[in-house]
Design a protein around this ligand. Sequence first.
Ligand SMILES: C[S@@+](CC[C@H](N)C(=O)[O-])C[C@H]1O[C@@H](n2cnc3c(N)ncnc32)[C@H](O)[C@@H]1O
Length: 216
Amino acid sequence: MDFVDKNIEKYVEALSDKESPLLKEINEYTINHVHQPRMLSGHLQGRILSFISKIKHPKNILEIGTYTGYSALCLAEGLQDDGKLVTIDKDKSLYEKVNNYFNRSNYKNKIEQKIGEAIKIIPEIELKFDLVFIDADKKNYKNYFDQVIHKLNKGGIIIVDNVLWKGKVTDISKNQNDKIAVYINDFNEYIKKNKKVSKLILPVRDGLTLIIKDEN
Ligand SMILES: C[S@@+](CC[C@H](N)C(=O)[O-])C[C@H]1O[C@@H](n2cnc3c(N)ncnc32)[C@H](O)[C@@H]1O
């Protein structure tokens, strides 16, 4: 299910900032050569990630789910001069390719790639973050939120992808056979109950939740 009409999306992309040549290359390479290219954030969502990052101007960013590096490079656009982005993925097969993209970008000295299970790596990171992007296995969304909320500065932002899961969460009683829809719906309910954060679901692409940490 597409939440934004295709013509509207094309219009919005045409009249918003373009993807950089490197992002365009990653987008095209992913579509043509990588498994499950739908996982890539893409032009519109990438510009949204970049915009939020530029507004927040974070010192440190954490990304859970690197894939081909597209969203990491979008998020890095808002980093402070001495800022850092840590991105985690368990998929070793993409490491070299993505490392090469990062090295060709303006952020080559600011991005650290970590390979392995995010749930094990996150507790080992000693940095505090101003911006976090959760975009890996949906089963662990709650766990990732619980791990990163303690590493997020007050006023920090968490962005979570795929929170509408093709629209299936809107009728979860009929979609109990889709485990991911159930995990995501549980996660959305969990965030709704949390009084220490502000939350807003944007019906963009597959649904993006914006969370602000209001209280420690
Ligand atoms: C949706 S893709 C990320 C897309 C990327 N953020 C973007 O917007 O272009 C999800 C990624 O999470 C990774 N992943 C899935 N489960 C993981 C886990 N348990 N630990 C670390 N990475 C994981 C997958 O290998 C995949 O590359």
